[in-house]
Ligand binder design. Structure first.
Ligand code: C2E
Ligand code: CA
Ligand code: CA
Length: 641
């Protein structure tokens, strides 16, 4: 038995409900501004209208014999059905191109070429009332397909194939979930079309399309994991995905990275966390520069803009403009605040070729020697070296080219030798000697820091085990730890296992971790510190005075020593204010009963300056630069006289 009208109506109505619901959700989620969103909405509108016109013609057809109105209604239903539906596959092709990040590559000739089948079939539909190329009603008032309808199917197949080719060529630009959803779309729609083509009485096509579009909504359009719900900005994952697809598709564009360097003032002014408020404060301004969907917040203080439209002014000019804006205060609720920012601009693919480098730029600290507010071109060479450095680290681990240098530390009291800090060096076979300032951040990014830190710890244990340091009055060596490594599960066990492999006392090792740690990690870190201390290790807080961390949390950690950063010492020489900061820092830490080491002591004057304060230890070029182990042994032997 052939399916009757009720079945057709049910199919159309189901298609209508699904696509209309998707449409409503899309608008509720405000996913409407990107070209990709627009194409998706267009497909939903096509299916929704088709479902309506399909229903109308099914209802009207049986009445056409008797009623002229029914005839007209039916005609309009059929006509609009074809008018809309012919556009579905071309829209899908454009949609896939958007998802793959390939849309901006089309020039005018390509646009005409890719559009040609659409224009031809659409014109044929428009002219159908005169020529009946697509369909007509025969003398028995039966709907009959014309040869043009087959042409529409051919065009649809062509667009599907183009979409698949596009997807294939941009394979690496589209993540697995999205790929799957798009392939699924093709499969389910093609099945619907084939069934309906074979038997016109089974109207499964629209239903299949609506279902497939719903799948696309869930897997491709959904951005829950790509944006921060509160700020509405895209996150790191979105940046990685988008930039990756632009690069795979060989787009030329520029990236602007804005790093706010004093975001901590927000916390001081408003009393609440920086990230959301900062995004709020900058939001309106950033949206005047690029559309919302080209703005990303990758770190609490870092915003990234992608400049895709080459007709715009060039990136450096925009960066200058952004930088100038930071000379004026920003509205922040009841008050206004002044923010400092460094703005970086890179051209892709000439200056930056991969997302690893991008995230290195986004995450790494701005080199301290930088005074520029806008960094571009040569200023960013250090980022371009990242890839080479990464190779050098891997080579270094492979070829055993890391080396530990030692820099002595001194007692303030009598300026006697006290201990040493172990500082790693990399002597690369191609790039020559590399300093940790440059390779440690890269090693952290690519997960090779563990191997380096383990190597240093083993070297230090080996040195201590030899008995030489102890023999010349050095009873403790400082070893730097990466906070990232400390937070890994099983870290304490791992460290103990290494040290237990040597005949050394744990109290001979003093671990240093730097002050600038994300607040959320304090709880874990605090556990790690007390755990390691309970095993007998000592602990120092490194680089005090460089981070923006919360004092209360920082000092809740159980440190034996606080190392005051060289910038604080040097600042004290320059201005009266600097002197007050140094003096009060020392007094405060002293009152907390922590020992104090001042780093970066380079001159006799600095030693004199520090004598007036209750500092316990000194370290710096004044005493010695970091030197290789053999040289260090000579050094301490000589000092011991
Ligand atoms: P840091 O822990 O703050 O180390 C002190 C840095 O200041 C060293 O640079 C040292 O050479 C330099 N320095 C010492 N005295 C003076 C001075 O009087 N004047 C000046 N201008 N500089 C001085 P280095 O060796 O390049 O190390 C840089 C950073 O790399 C270290 O900063 C530390 O954070 C990191 N690092 C070094 N070795 C390791 C390691 O084995 N593991 C980890 N995770 N990080 C390391
Ligand atoms: Ca250190
Ligand atoms: Ca330091």
């Amino acid at each position: 038995m052939l399916p009757g009208n009720d079945f057709h109506i049910a199919c159309y109505f189901a298609a209508f409900l699904i696509s209309f619901t998707c449409l409503i959700y899309t608008f509720l989620q405000k996913r409407t501004d990107k070209l990709q969103n627009k194409m998706y909405i267009l497909m939903l509108i096509i299916v929704t209208f088709n479902a309506i016109s399909g229903t109308i013609s099914v209802i009207a057809t049986p009445l056409t014999a008797r009623s002229q109105t029914a005839r007209i209604v039916c005609d309009i239903g059929d006509y609009t059905y074809f008018l809309f539906h012919t556009a579905l596959c071309p829209a899908f092709y454009l949609y896939v191109s958007c998802v793959a990040g390939a849309i901006s590559k089309h020039n005018w000739t390509q646009r005409i070429f890719y559009g040609i089948f659409f224009y031809i079939t659409e014109i044929m539909v428009i002219l159908n009332p005169f020529f009946h190329w697509i369909y007509y009603y025969d003398s028995d008032n039966r709907f009959t397909r014309g040869w043009g309808e087959s042409l529409i199917y051919v065009a649809a197949v062509i667009y599907f194939l183009l979409a698949l080719i596009r997807l294939l060529f941009s394979w690496k630009a589209v993540n697995t979930k999205r790929r799957f959803a798009l392939m699924y779309f093709v499969v389910i729609v093609v099945s619907g079309v084939v069934i309906q083509f074979v038997d016109i009485n089974i109207k499964g096509e629209l239903f299949a399309e609506a279902l497939a579009l719903m799948g696309v909504m869930l897997a491709v359009e959904s951005e829950d994991d790509l944006m921060d719900v509160d700020t509405g900005f895209y996150n790191r994952k979105a940046l990685r995905m988008d930039v990756n697809s632009y690069i795979v598709n060989k787009n030329k564009f520029e990236i602007i990275c804005i790093k706010v360097t004093n975001a901590d003032v927000i916390q001081k002014v408003t009393g609440s966390a920086n990230a959301d408020i900062l995004a709020d404060v900058l939001s309106d301004y950033l949206k005047t520069i690029v559309p919302r969907y080209h703005i990303y917040q990758t770190n609490p203080e870092t915003f990234v803009l992608t400049l895709m439209d080459r007709k715009l002014e060039d990136g450096v000019a925009i960066a200058d403009r952004i930088s100038d804006r930071f000379d004026r205060p920003w509205d922040c609720g009841m008050t206004s605040i002044l923010l400092n920012a460094v703005v970086m601009v890179v051209k892709v693919p000439t200056e930056l070729t991969n997302t690893m480098d991008l995230f290195y730029m986004v995450d790494s600290m701005i080199p301290q020697r930088t005074v520029k507010k806008v960094m571009s071109g040569k200023d960013l060479d250090y980022i371009l070296r990242r890839g080479e450095i990464e190779n050098a680290i891997a080579r270094g681990l492979d070829e055993d080219r890391f080396e530990v240098f030692y820099q002595p530390t001194y007692y303030m009291d009598g300026l006697r030798l006290h201990g040493a800090e172990a500082l790693v060096r990399l002597n690369d076979s191609i790039m020559g000697r590399l300093f940790p300032d440059e390779f440690i951040p890269v090693a952290e990014q690519v997960g090779m820091i563990d191997a380096i830190d383990d190597f240093v710890l083993k070297q230090v244990c080996d040195f201590l085990e030899s008995g030489i340091p102890g023999q010349y009055g050095i009873d403790c060596i400082n070893v730097n730890l990466s906070v990232m490594q400390c937070l890994q599960p099983g870290f304490v066990k791992h460290i103990c296992k290494i040290v237990d492999g040597f005949d050394v006392e744990k109290s001979w090792i003093n671990f240093e971790i730097t002050e600038s740690i994300a607040a959320s990690d304090y709880e874990i870190l605090s556990g790690v510190v007390s755990d390691l201390k309970s095993h007998g290790f000592r602990f120092a807080m490194d680089d005090y005075g460089t981070g923006y961390s919360n004092m209360q949390s920082i000092f809740s950690l159980d440190f034996d020593v606080v190392k005051i950063d060289k910038s604080i010492l040097w600042g004290a020489e320059e201005t009266e204010l600097g002197k007050i900061i140094l003096g009060n820092s020392v007094r405060m830490i002293d009152q907390m009963n922590r020992q104090i080491l001042v780093e970066g002591v380079e001159t006799k004057e600095q030693v004199e300056l520090l004598k007036e304060l209750s500092v316990d230890y000194l370290q710096g070029y004044y005493f010695s630069k970091p030197i290789p182990k053999e040289e260090f042994i000579d050094f301490i032997q000589e000092k011991a006289g």
